[in-house]
Write a protein that binds this ligand. Structure first.
Ligand code: KG4
Ligand code: ZN
Length: 793
């Protein structure tokens, strides 16, 4: 069996080609090397070098193996995303092994035997500990799931151990060797503190031997080992519990909007009174009920997960769970009697168990009264099985059943929007031989370019053909995951992209095949793979770029890098196909606010930008302050439809600055001060008027500067781009203004305003024609500007 292996979890990059036989593993070529913070630049070139050096190619491979960490989060994702791309690109099985296991096998291959404690570097004075017994014949692991602990906790553990019998290894030793040396511990040789390709291959060989015939090597199932939530998630969770919605409580805003926005949301401290009431009315004659104080206590713990469902602000159901040792224990579920049998309890169960899964749980457990047949039936539908019984738990003669299910919970059709999809398929895919007709069809559509967009919170892919027709378009949004944190959490975004890659790719390729009426299309039949290179969240961009490189390597497809902002500009072509520069465009999104003079496609002059917040960001922050949820743009613009835009006089910053700069932080502060003052005075806030007045202040400045730019440059076309381009009132104001000036106004179709890959595909097609390709050492450019494309400014 010939295997390509890679691992970028630590500063030491692994890349090799090996031959596994029934009793041995021989490295044919290995490019292991230090690549601190450069893994995304160096991994794919290293793989290419392995093939060039050995003369092998992907056809001579049987499988790919990838280290899953634990290690640096971004580092782990680089190899995982690259490997997913490579596996799909060549229809090869992909296997994952623990990077710490790889090190244990590395030690074995170097003749290090005995009791070994491996300490992986988890940054911030934490380590990933893993204990093994290694002898000549086997590597035995003494734990089930990987974990992360503080170094000080490790010291506590070590104080209970006989250190003279333990050998220490792992890259955390580079940080902690001095402190550990004080305890007189025994280190393995320093050159064995990182894993090697040999170890990675041996770990794979043992795993395959042990699970012969069971592992399918489906790239969709390979995920990084993280072991803990990111700081951002943990901090946001704590904030969420302790301080969320203070404004909502005093202003009554959240109630006002219930039903407009989320029906389900994480429980906040302000919900407790209603939650306790519901708990009481449902359960007081059955068991001891949770009191308000007990619910309040829950918010102090990081491992608790509570969600509520509300109808017009009234809490109608809630559910909660606790994460403990790889399991989420469901603590309580209650649904108001008037709302039962609508699947609300099931939905809440999904949210709680999904969050539990994010915390690391693999199973869920709960207790239910044995006479409650309806509930038991529901739980069974979701995959719960009875695993035990507690006699007389609910009083004499009334027992409780213990039920358990593995995660993700089984999905119930139509009812459950939140359970992870269950993958039922076999991999590698079967591709049949192409007929002559099929070959002709595909030929007629060349060049076929797949585009990938992962710069923010949308995982999107699209395929464009030589005529410029979009043949496939898939957008998987993560908004639901970010909305409960009131904004995009970068670490969550990167994780979700990594999870979504394979599903989005396969859906996209299926759409393409359906459109062309041919059997499934292979990556090797594509002419180009394009990917958003920036600007955006660096960790999110990295995932898309690594995946794109993996898909392209060894195939005919050229690699193309696209500027996300240029994509937003090109989105106007969907509405006005004959749109031709020169024209003026406004790019308004969550991250950008700029006026651009488009001299030609690919040649831009940025006339001015925001000095502080972006327009979308201002919408989001105002909505957050009002407790309205995320993203704020659509909520505010909906509210403002029924408001008076002149009710409150907010500042129009830079309106008369005689340049094309913008500033929105002053406006945002003015709105926040207004809310604060009204709350302090005990006056209820008129939400619609507030929204309309805020929006009008934004629009006045935008329209005035757009008009000046159009006049100054004497153009006859004006375009919008970015998420805020979906704003109705802004569109109307621009149409009004430019109608009088005989200027044609173009807005992208609503679906093409927010992030998508179809707009990236339009740019990619132009770049393909100009033969502007990327090398395999390309990396994310989080701060990429439009200026790099034009020569002005
Ligand atoms: O372009 P986009 O999807 O992502 C970025 O690249 O930022 O834009 C998202 C932004 C968010 O800030 C959102 O609040 C805003 O666009 N947005 C809107 C509207 N729809 C989305 N802002 C105002 N009015 C809208 N209707
Ligand atoms: Zn965008």
């Amino acid at each position: 069996m010939r295997v390509l292996g890679m691992d970028t979890s630590s500063d030491f990059l692994l890349c090799s080609l090996a031959e596994l036989t029934s009793d041995d593993c021989e490295l044919i070529s290995s490019k292991d090397k230090f690549a601190r913070r450069k893994a995304n630049q160096e991994l794919v070139p290293a793989i290419r070098d392995v093939f060039i050096e050995t003369g092998y190619n992907f056809d001579s491979l049987d499988a790919i193996v990838c280290g899953r960490g634990p290690g640096s989060f971004t580092g782990v994702r680089i190899a995982v995303a690259t490997a997913k791309g490579l596996a799909l690109g060549h229809n090869l099985p992909l296997y994952g092994v623990s990077t710490l296991d790889a090190l244990a096998y590395t030690l074995q291959s170097q003749g290090v035997f005995g009791e070994v404690l491996i300490l992986g570097d988890a940054m911030r004075k934490e380590v990933y500990p893993a204990r093994y017994t290694i002898d000549k014949h086997k590597v035995e692991r003494h734990f089930e799931a990987h974990s992360v602990i503080k170094f000080t906790e490790l010291l506590d553990y070590l104080s209970t151990q006989d250190l003279s019998t333990i050998l220490f290894a792992g890259d955390a030793l580079f940080k902690f060797k001095d402190e550990l040396a004080k305890l007189k511990v025994n280190f393995v040789d320093e050159h064995l503190w990182y894993p090697s390709s040999k170890g990675l291959m041996l770990a794979l060989k043992d795993m395959l031997d042990e699970h012969a015939g069971v592992l399918e090597g489906d790239p969709g199932l390979l995920l990084p080992i993280y072991t803990r939530l990111s700081d951002a998630e943990e901090n946001e969770r704590i904030k969420l519990g302790l301080t969320a919605d203070i404004q909502a409580k005093t202003s009554g805003v959240a109630d006002n909007l219930a039903g407009v926005h989320l029906q389900l949301r994480p429980m906040s401290i302000n919900d407790i009174e209603q939650v306790a009431k519901l708990e009481c009315s449902n359960f007081q004659d059955q068991r001891e009920v949770w009191s308000e104080a007990m619910f309040a206590e829950e918010f102090k713990h990081k491992d608790r997960i509570w969600w509520v469902a509300h109808d017009q602000g009234r809490i109608i159901a809630f559910a909660g769970g606790q994460y403990l040792d790889g399991e989420v224990q469901i603590l309580d579920i209650a649904v108001d009697k008037a709302y039962q049998k609508q699947g609300i309890g099931s939905k809440l169960l999904s949210r709680v168990s999904y969050d539990g899964q994010q915390l690391g749980a693999h199973s869920a457990s709960l207790e239910v009264k044995s006479s409650n047949e309806a509930a038991i039936a529901l739980y069974k539908k979701r995959g719960f099985r009875v695993v035990g019984e507690r006699k007389n738990y609910y009083g004499q003669g009334s027992s409780a059943l213990l039920m358990s299910a593995s995660l993700p919970l089984a999905a119930v059709a139509g009812e459950d929007d939140h359970a992870l999809p269950i993958i039922e398929r076999s991999y590698p895919q079967l591709f049949s031989k192409r007929t002559k007709d099929e070959l002709e069809t595909i030929e007629a559509h060349r060049p076929l370019i797949l585009s990938i967009e992962t710069s923010c919170d949308e995982t999107a892919m699209s395929v464009i053909d030589g005529s410029g027709a979009i043949l496939a378009n898939v957008v998987a949004t993560q908004i639901d995951f970010h909305s409960r944190f009131g904004g995009v959490v970068p670490e969550i975004a990167s994780r979700k992209h990594t999870e979504a890659l394979v599903g989005v790719y396969e859906e996209c390729m299926a759409q393409l095949a359906q459109k062309l009426k041919v059997e499934p299309i292979k990556a090797s039949e594509l002419d180009g793979i394009s990917v958003t290179q920036g600007p955006g969240l660096v960790g999110a961009l990295v995932v898309g770029i690594a995946f794109a490189k993996g898909l392209a390597l060894g195939n005919r497809a050229a690699l193309i890098g696209v500027n996300h902002l240029e994509g937003h500009l090109y989105a106007n072509l969907f509405e006005t196909p004959d749109l031709k520069p020169p024209f003026i465009a406004s790019l308004l999104s969550g991250g950008h606010t700029m006026l651009v003079y488009v001299k030609d496609w690919g040649s831009y002059k940025v006339l001015g930008e925001t000095l502080d917040d972006a327009v979308g960001e201002a919408f989001d922050k105002v909505a957050k302050a009002l407790g309205l949820g995320y993203p704020g743009g659509p909520i505010i613009s909906k509210l403002s439809e029924h408001g008076d835009p002149h009710a409150i006089d907010f500042p129009r910053a830079m309106l008369h600055s005689h340049d094309y700069q913008f500033s929105l932080s002053g406006l945002k502060t003015a709105v926040l001060n207004y809310i604060h003052n009204e709350n302090a005075a005990g006056r209820p806030i008129h939400l619609e008027n507030l929204a309309a007045s805020f929006e009008q202040a934004v629009i006045d400045v935008q329209v005035a500067k757009a008009k000046t730019a159009v006049l100054e440059y004497g153009v006859h076309d004006f375009c919008l781009g970015g998420g805020v381009a979906a704003n109705k009132a802004l569109r109307q104001a621009l149409v009004q203004t430019f109608k009088q000036m005989d200027v044609r106004v173009t807005f992208p179709p609503l679906l093409a305003c927010t992030d998508n890959a179809a707009m990236i595909a339009l740019v990619a097609k132009d770049k393909f024609e100009r033969r502007e390709f990327l090398d395999y050492d390309a990396d994310a450019k989080p701060n990429l500007s439009l200026l790099e494309l034009g020569e002005e400014n």
